[in-house]
Design a protein around this ligand. Sequence first.
Ligand code: FES
Ligand SMILES: [Fe+2]
Length: 359
Amino acid sequence: MIMTDKPAKYLMNTWYAAALSTDVSDQLMHRRLLDIPVVLYRKEDGTPVALQDKCPHRFAPLSLGKKKGDNVVCPYHGLAFNGEGQCVHNPHGRGHIPAKAHVVSYPLMEKYGFIWIWMGNEPADENQLPDYSQLDDGHANALAHTYMLRPCHYELITDNVMDLSHVDHLHGEIITTRGQLSPQMPRVVEDNGEISVRWEWHQTPAMMIFNDFLPRPNEEAAQFVVVTWSKPSHIQLTIGATQDHTSNEPLCYENTISQYDLHTCTPETENSSHYFFATRRNHNVEDGEFNKLKIAGMHGAFEDEDGPILDRVQEMMPNNDFLSLDPVLISSDAGPIRVRRVLKALIESEQTKQNEAVA
Ligand code: FES
Ligand SMILES: [Fe+2]
């Protein structure tokens, strides 16, 4: 496979999840992000580092080398690079360090259990990452994270989370809405660059993930789900059930038995994606065993049910410009299609700006 370092089709000046915090250690870790090879590690004080994983001498992957203190030593001829990407040691000849001997060091930010990376050429802007601090708020045993690499384009995963009408058709008993979701015309709201879709319905019994925690299990419950997309590929999902709601307040995390999830995708290549998600719940919060089962169940549902269909969809698409393939659209596509259009416009405007700067 020929490796190229020049991504053409991604939004660049934005934050993507590079890794779960728990996956980055003092060992060198290779990960391809936006078609660029990256090596991730932690310095001795724990600060995470991300460097382009390609030595500027003969292009060996630095991740195959060794970590020495806070530096990385190339496995081929031993040039050493610090966390800023600068070559700091040349064991050859008189030890002269050529001016070009450096690699790109990418700005990182560690928040909400993820390491976020900024790969664009504009200065990294911490304020561009939305506030996901709801993940940090509560008992440690009511929060879990997971990661998987999937062989499909990242927008197929975004579409899947933005259109939850697939739940009754693709998924099993545990999260069925008993046919209540598909007939609805979901409400789509665009606000300040974010796109939200909200559904509300009643079902008997409630989704299995909530039924046992309600005051009257197996009886009718009111349910809601809201998904909110932010550029480039972050989706907050809050879902809950209640049998006690009498006020006019909309159903939300605070007034139902519910959970708050963050789904985020980072392209690995055009046809493969790093898929991360985190979940925080407001019930049975101290139960660590339940927490493990919960995240394993969510991971398994994607791996066994969503993932395989997305892989087959990917195989059927001759390219990743979905709207150019003249798809049939149905009411439940309102949210995902709005997201695709907004993201496409952002990418085009970024590329126009970059081209003007070059001209
Ligand atoms: S390829 Fe890295 S030092 Fe030669
Ligand atoms: Fe799903």
